[in-house]
Write a protein that binds this ligand. Structure first.
Ligand SMILES: *[C@@H]1O[C@H](CO)[C@@H](O)[C@H](O)[C@H]1NC(C)=O
Ligand SMILES: *[C@@H]1O[C@H](CO)[C@@H](O)[C@H](O)[C@H]1NC(C)=O
Ligand SMILES: *[C@@H]1O[C@H](CO)[C@@H](O)[C@H](O)[C@H]1NC(C)=O
Ligand SMILES: *[C@@H]1O[C@H](CO)[C@@H](O)[C@H](O)[C@H]1NC(C)=O
Ligand SMILES: *[C@@H]1O[C@H](CO)[C@@H](O)[C@H](O)[C@H]1NC(C)=O
Length: 376
């Protein structure tokens, strides 16, 4: 794009310097609230997945930052009337047929990453699905998912951060808690206290069931948690729901999704009467890293001196990200769909789709020439 500069003799150096400034952003990270707000938090790392436009075999999900999990938990360990089997075949990408934000999905139904729970237990196990981020270095951050839950009673669908069993942040949806008018989400910070109660967190300060004024199996909604040192704040479609301040995790880990049933009437219930799906339309995570190569070296390279003007505020999703809301209801903001908003980030292969990024390559040289001349 700089081929025209060669005709300008001594100018190329100035051109490059200015082009960098006009062309790149977010070198110093991503913020919750604006950096000018009294209370804000800055995170240096980004992971974004647009599952409406992701087409991959389950094992290829690794190329998108996600590792499918395959393992069994026997009935005794699962503490239910069935064990749990996590299987590859229950993890299915189902992209939209076009690069737009609505319309038919490849395999019918809702577009997105599907996690299935099967109706008929086999060998005493209910077959379900689990995926986890390849990265396990997330420490503090804002974690957001566009998700539609199972419409069949008897499963648990979960979105969670995990370091270990006592440092864990959960948003868990039990489909038996949904009815015609309402739903619910269970917010949990696992703790040594829950461990002492044989992993029954429900009597601890780290547990709260919040009613939702809609059916989570009806539409996609955005579920989010903001994890800072002092608290974990939970949000739905950008609206604050609840916060927990005890046993806030202080160690790094990864992000998980799973969808399962073990027949325990006091939790997942089930198994479901029919095969049933939970669908994820996107995951967006902005976080700090426990990996010093990332948090020190890579960050210092792109942001040698902290400059708040090089921090990008993370936009809030304030409506349900669902295709039924207008033509573009499912269209949400991705830094990774913009030009040069992810400098130095670890990006996994993105969808093979051009998202109509405005052609800066034409605009920049003109602007740059103007600036360089006015400097002379
Ligand atoms: C962002 O601002 C809101 C509203 O003032 C506040 O409740 C929240 O704690 C702030 N978040 C952070 C991470 O500072
Ligand atoms: C995240 O890391 C950056 C760089 O070390 C630091 O400036 C920032 O305060 C950290 N964020 C939080 C919420 O601690
Ligand atoms: C439940 O979801 C499945 C899969 O998306 C769909 O085929 C079925 O029609 C839904 N059933 C009801 C009662 O909404
Ligand atoms: C979880 O990790 C923390 C910090 O490393 C440790 O203190 C705690 O004992 C661990 N809990 C379990 C159940 O392993
Ligand atoms: C619907 O479900 C909610 C949450 O599980 C519950 O509190 C409410 O009483 C239920 N309403 C009806 C009409 O069953």
């Amino acid at each position: 794009m700089f081929h025209t500069t060669s005709t300008l003799g001594a100018l190329p150096w100035a051109l490059l310097a200015v082009a960098r400034l006009t062309n790149a952003a977010c070198e110093c990270g991503y913020s919750l609230n604006k950096t000018s707000d009294a209370s804000h938090a800055v995170f240096t790392e980004l992971l974004e997945n647009d599952f409406l436009h992701t087409d991959a075999q389950s094992l290829e999900l690794k190329n998108h930052g996600w590792q499918p999990q395959v393992y069994n938990v026997d009935k005794a360990t699962a503490r239910g009337s069935f064990g749990k089997g996590f299987e590859l075949e229950n993890i299915v990408t189902n992209p939209l047929k076009t690069s737009g934000w609505s319309g038919d999905a490849e395999h019918g139904g809702d577009a997105g990453l599907e996690l299935w729970v099967r109706a008929n237990p086999r060998n005493g196990l209910v077959s379900g699905a689990e995926v986890v981020t390849v990265r396990d270095d997330a420490l503090l951050g804002s974690f957001r998912v566009g998700m539609k839950l199972s419409n069949s009673s008897g499963t648990c669908g979960a979105f969670f951060f995990f370091h270990n069993n006592t440092q864990e942040i959960d948003m868990e949806f039990l489909s038996h808690q949904f009815n015609q008018s309402q739903g619910a989400v269970n917010l949990v910070l696992q703790s040594p206290e829950a461990e002492a109660r044989n992993w029954d967190a429900s009597g601890t300060s780290g547990f709260r069931t919040k009613l939702l004024p809609f059916r989570p199996d009806n539409m996609f909604h955005e579920y989010r948690f903001d994890w800072t040192k002092e608290r974990v704040a939970f949000y739905v479609d950008g609206k604050f729901l609840h916060e927990i301040t005890d046993n806030v995790p202080q160690e790094g880990g990864g992000v998980f999704f799973n969808h399962w049933s073990n027949g325990d009437p006091s939790w997942s219930a089930g198994p479901p009467a029919a095969d049933t799906v939970m669908t994820i339309s996107y995951l967006k995570a902005y976080f700090n890293s426990t990996n010093t190569e990332r948090s020190q070296n890579a960050y210092r390279q792109r942001c040698p001196t902290y400059d708040p003007s090089k921090v990008c505020a993370i936009p809030s999703q304030s409506t349900a990200p669902d295709a039924s809301i207008g033509k573009t209801g499912a269209k949400t903001y991705f830094f990774s769909h913009e030009k040069d908003m992810t400098p130095g980030q670890t990006l996994y292969s993105s969808a093979a789709i051009n998202f109509g990024v405005p052609s800066l390559s034409l605009a920049v040289p003109i602007l740059v020439m103007f600036l360089s001349w006015s400097l002379m």
